[in-house]
Design a protein around this ligand. Structure first.
Ligand SMILES: [Fe+2]
Length: 492
């Protein structure tokens, strides 16, 4: 870490912000007079109508000239009606952000996904629908999973169409510019309201793969780069494991069956999980060209939420990276407390460690731990399914509050890890790879992500050079306001 540069970011932006805040007393007042801890800023309601487009201020550095595009993100953003708090962070209504970056300028806007849940709860001014951590009101009828769809987890762009993703129901089509909700996406008439995971995998040529999970039966979507469904198949994973994410090489889909089982998917879903480590972590490897061509691999019991990406060696060995936990705690121990501004170190649970899983052509899989404690691993989109150097992930923590404090990269070729630590006054969110113009390696990339600046009470968009994250940000844009912490994004 470059201390002088970090010091500059802390001191320089802090000082710069004092000036800019002069005209924005409501935010400053809110941050200083609230009985809530400063970090609770990440769990506060967004404005009902979202955020109108607003140009962010360049607060540090020089924006890369070749960085242009739309950075979309999704995350829960409705946590309170009056004095009533949502039961779980994962059940807040999805707010879709677009940060349009061009000619060194960043413009932020955001809109809620207008689901049935959102419409009816807004009209009632109360939480009604059941969910991951919410029992729900008896009066709220539920016919399909889309009646409780929070559309709050990730985003996908296929052939220019922006989709807001959840995991237990449909994707929602959104206008990619205005962020207006168009409605639930139907890939094929017989697949209406079929679950569509929040972690689709996009091949470098644009073909999209995704899963539909319901109990032990898993559906496989194969979607062409034009956005048309090419195939949908079913496989059986043997038990109702929680599948939030999965991974893919050029030739295979790799479905991780963690021993975290939920045979009872009644709300609140979180109450139905059971840790059954005797099964270990199993992986079903499915041939992309023939879903009936399958094999299993076995590893010691681990829980996980997020993978990086897989590749295959010449001899057929599969390697992929994933953040593994010795037992499942994240999102179960916490999730409710944060919304209320209550949090203790115990809510953080066990550490997730960036790990490479090596699956030989026969025999058990090996787990190679990097020692990096973090989450939200990301890879360069040009190398999805292919051998590559880098994984980037958020890392670091500070006592007495949730959220990460740093950004790390690990180079699988050299074994080298690099880190930039922002310090305790910022919460660091998922960073995405954006290939540099003309570059050919994944080290020729920018890393772009949001950071919640707790001291200034604003959200920032930071850009790093993926080859040297320890040098600190290349540039930082700052909004005049903050927005709630989110989950995942995509770059288009
Ligand atoms: Fe996720």
């Amino acid at each position: 870490m470059d201390l002088s540069r970090r010091h500059f970011i802390e001191a320089g932006i802090g000082a710069g912000f004092v000036g800019s805040l002069a005209g924005c007393t409501s935010l400053a007042g809110a941050a200083e007079t609230s009985s809530m801890p400063a970090w609770h800023l990440g769990y506060q309601n967004a404005p009902t109508n979202g955020f109108e487009p607003a140009t962010m201020k360049l607060a540090f550095g020089k924006p890369p000239a070749d960085l242009r595009g739309s950075f979309y993100r999704n995350g829960p953003a409705q946590f309170q009606y009056g004095d009533d708090y949502a039961s779980h962070w994962f059940d807040g209504d999805g707010l879709i952000h677009r940060i349009a970056i061009e000619d060194g300028q960043a413009v932020h806007q955001a809109r809620f996904v207008e689901t049935r849940k959102r419409r009816e709860e807004q009209a009632a001014g109360a939480f009604l629908a059941p969910g991951f951590g919410t029992l729900g009101e008896e009066s709220y009828y539920v016919e399909s999973s889309d009646d409780v769809n929070a559309a709050n987890t990730s985003v996908l762009v296929v052939d220019g169409e922006l989709l807001a993703l959840w995991e237990a129901g449909s994707a929602f089509a959104m206008d990619a510019t205005s962020l207006e909700t168009k409605g639930a996406k139907v890939w094929r008439d017989d697949l209406k309201a079929m679950p569509f995971l929040a972690h689709p995998k996009v091949e470098p040529d644009g073909r999209v793969w995704n899963l539909a999970v319901g109990g032990s039966r898993v559906g496989i979507y194969q979607i062409g780069k034009s956005g048309a469904l090419e195939d949908f198949g079913m496989v059986d994973i043997g038990r109702a494991a929680y599948i939030h994410d999965w991974t893919m090489s050029e030739r295979h889909l790799i479905i991780l069956v963690q021993p975290w089982i939920n045979e009872n998917l009644r709300p609140p879903v979180v109450a139905g999980f059971e840790w059954q480590p005797q099964h270990g972590l199993q992986m079903l490897i499915v041939d992309k060209d023939d879903f009936t061509n399958q094999r299993w691999a076995q590893a010691p019991a681990r829980a996980f939420f997020h993978t990086g990406s897989a590749w295959e060696e010449n001899d057929g060995t599969i390697k992929f990276d994933v953040v593994l936990y010795k037992e499942p705690v994240l999102g179960v121990g916490g999730g409710a407390a944060e919304i209320r501004g209550e949090w203790t170190a115990a809510d953080a649970g066990v550490d997730g460690i960036l790990t490479q899983v090596v699956i030989p052509t026969s025999g058990d899989a090996k787990l190679i731990e990097t020692g990096i404690v973090g989450e939200f691993p990301q890879v360069d989109p040009r190398f999805r399914g292919k051998q590559r150097n880098l994984t980037a992930l958020v890392s670091g923590s500070t006592p007495n509050r949730p959220g990460s404090t740093g950004l790390s990269t690990h180079n699988w070729t050299t074994g080298e890890s690099r880190e930039f630590e922002f310090g305790p006054n910022r919460i660091v969110e998922e960073f995405l790879f954006v290939p540099k113009a003309g570059g050919s390696s994944d080290t020729d990339s920018w890393l772009v992500g949001p950071v919640l600046n707790l001291k200034a009470g604003v959200t920032e968009i930071c850009v790093f050079d993926a080859a040297n994250v320890s040098d600190g940000p290349v540039c930082i844009w700052q909004a005049d306001y903050s927005w709630p912490l989110g989950f995942h994004g995509t770059w288009a």
